[in-house]
Design a protein around this ligand. Sequence first.
Ligand code: NAD
Ligand code: TDX
Length: 336
Amino acid sequence: VFEPRNIIVTGGCGFIGSNFVHYVVENHPEVHVTVLDKLTYAGNRENIAGLPANRVELVVGDICDAELLDRIVPGHDAIVQYAAESHNDNSIADPEPFLKTNVEGTFRLLEAVRKFGVRYHHVSTDEVYGDLALDDPARFTEETPYRPSSPHSSTKAASDMLVRAWTRTYGLRTTISTCSNNYGPYQHVEKFIPRQITNVIDGVRPKLYGTGENVRDWIHTEDHSSAVWTILTKGRIGETYLIGADGEKDNIAVLRMILEMMGKDPEDFDWVRDRLGHDRRYAIDPTKLRDELGWRPQHNDFAEGLRKTIEWYRKNELWWRPAKAATEARYKEQGR
Ligand code: NAD
Ligand code: TDX
């Protein structure tokens, strides 16, 4: 078992990274966290506000900045890499920042890991495997070939390949996790679930892409955090672990649940232009993580988790309001 004391969490002011920071502070009192985050449109210091100053330090900076990494990496025993451009629709409109942060940024981190000999965990996504047909009973496993379809997922796949090559060539101590779609508090209003919840709050009809039959495999972000901690501390070096919680749902079903839970007619939404190259279905087989490392998800009732997430957006309008108008203006340009 690896027992880190000082870790760097890149992208720790984003949705999933900040949840991981909270998770570590609450569950592992011996660990100090340095958050390295560029605070892009998706990063928000509020996400880690109120955590004890002696446990969490924020460094505002770019993972592409090699000199900065040379300064801050020494003295840490692990890097957990969440920093990324994360939204598919943005990558279709303007791919360049995805190449920079996801590919070059990972390269810079790997070079720092090589130089200073620290443990590295790379947070990736099930999208690297491409998509499955709606009627295909198969799920993704660690053996599924990489077949990304969007600019976003191709840069995530490229970053995973760099991690594997650096691990084999230079003997780095790394692990990779590929997780399914996360939901929960602090998710940016550009993403499907928060966008629709906040539209309903604003009296705007939710927007469903294409036929709405696309399937996503939902996991609560706290379960993602416990899985990453498990892999960081107990995972076998050089391995990839899939993270999922048996949460497959099609988009239209999720949207109708949101509408009903918010007291609206479940048909009260707009059908909008489909996403280019829209992946049909993602589905994770988490057997390896469960059997080898004994990890189990705690949030097994999606309806309950969704209800609490709706409650959170209702109570935290001050948090999401500043991003809402600009996000919807971007969607409007895309006809969505
Ligand atoms: P997010 O967009 O909410 O947060 C990304 C964070 O990274 C932000 O705080 C941003 O400021 C920071 N960042 C961006 N570029 C940076 C740079 N160059 N240097 C330093 N910081 C930078 O994303 P998220 O949804 O929390 O996703 C986090 C990670 O988890 C990503 O790697 C993503 O691919 C992966 N992931 C996401 C999902 C999902 O459902 N959202 C599922 C599986 C895996
Ligand atoms: O308004 C919408 N209407 C709609 O029907 C939006 C924003 C999305 N959708 C659909 C597209 C997808 O089928 O909902 C589904 C989920 O969309 P997103 O929230 O954009 O997530 P997705 O594209 O599945 O990617 C997510 O999971 C994999 C994360 O954003 C990625 O970072 C992660 O890699």
